[in-house]
Design a protein around this ligand. Structure first.
Ligand SMILES: [Zn+2]
Length: 313
């Protein structure tokens, strides 16, 4: 099943990132102005098109495309999709728009983190013509008709070019990478669900992320629509595991020496995760389903530590 209903005229589409189900989702709002939230990477394009088709849509029908931030698993395929969707406007964060229009620097940055794995994992990045991009400032709104209004909230902490999107109809937040990752049993093969924040490079800042979480929870959402993966109900559960994870990361950061490497951080992170799962009453599984995230998270921790030390936060 690659498409499932998650709310009133709202559907999640499994993008099968890197062939893995239950890892990365896009969302589709059905209505007079069909809206896509997250495109996934270029490599996920076929899964996205298939999901849209299951909902009775061709890219041609889509009027709005929203990407929460420009990381490739969320927006790498935006340019490719916009070429197929001539009637769509791409809504972007003020600090993200230029990367969608001119992806050169973004590509360089991603290559620095992933190396050449980037090409097989995410595929090519296509530039979006600037006249098709609409910048959405903090608290700006998008009226989709029939009483449905989306509101954009600047939400730094994971990335400086990140916004979350409030849906008034379901009282839900499309959270991108800001309110943690919900690891589903169906995706991990574990016998329990697990939640943990993502602290990938290069903008991760635990203090800023905690402030953003407070600000978003004050909206009193009922549900969080994660990009990774699917909805968390009640929303408070996603805020709880995100805060708990960030506090744990802060404790790890305090214990890391000045010359610590991502490898040291990864060892610490794995020990914490195993400990936390055991405390939750689970027999500790292989952490392999989290391997890519552990790798990125530990890099993000070290980048944050170095920036802090250099006074560059
Ligand atoms: Zn992501």
């Amino acid at each position: 099943m690659s498409v499932f209903e998650v709310g009133d005229n709202l559907f999640a589409v499994d993008l099968f990132e890197d062939g893995h189900p239950f890892r990365t989702s896009a969302y589709v709002i059905r209505g007079t102005e069909p809206t896509l939230i997250e495109t996934g990477s270029s490599a996920s394009q076929a899964s996205l098109l298939k999901g849209l088709q299951e909902l009775g849509y061709e890219p041609d029908d889509i009027r709005h495309v929203i990407v929460t931030h420009v990381h490739l698993d969320h927006a790498g395929g935006a340019g490719m999709f916009m070429e197929r969707a001539p009637h769509a406007v791409l809504h972007a964060h003020p600090k993200g728009a230029r990367h969608l229009i001119d992806p050169g620097r973004l590509e360089e940055g991603v290559r620095a983190v992933y190396g050449d794995v980037m090409d097989t994992l995410y595929g090519a990045i296509v530039a979006v013509p600037s006249h098709r991009v609409r910048i959405q400032e903090d608290r700006s709104t998008l009226d989709l008709g029939a009483g449905r209004v989306l509101t954009f909230y600047d939400s730094p902490g994971h990335a400086k070019h990140h916004f979350c999107v409030w849906d008034n109809v379901t009282r839900g937040i499309f959270s991108g990478d800001t309110i943690g990752i919900h690891y589903r049993q169906a995706g991990t093969g574990w016998d329990f669900d697990y939640g943990f924040p993502t602290t990938s490079p290069s903008d991760f800042d635990p203090d800023v992320m905690l402030e953003t979480l407070d600000r978003l929870e004050a909206l009193e959402p009922e549900v969080v629509y994660h990009t990774h993966f699917g909805p968390t109900r009640p929303a408070s559960e996603a805020f709880r595991f995100s805060r708990k994870g960030i506090h744990a990361i802060q404790a790890m950061l305090a214990r890391l020496s000045d010359d610590a490497t991502p490898e040291t951080a990864a060892i610490m992170l794995k020990a914490y995760l195993a400990h936390d799962m055991a405390e939750g009453g689970h027999s500790v599984p292989s952490l392999e389903p989290m391997a890519l995230d552990i790798d990125l998270d530990s890099q993000g921790m070290i980048v944050y530590m170095q920036k802090k030390k250099a006074g560059k936060l």
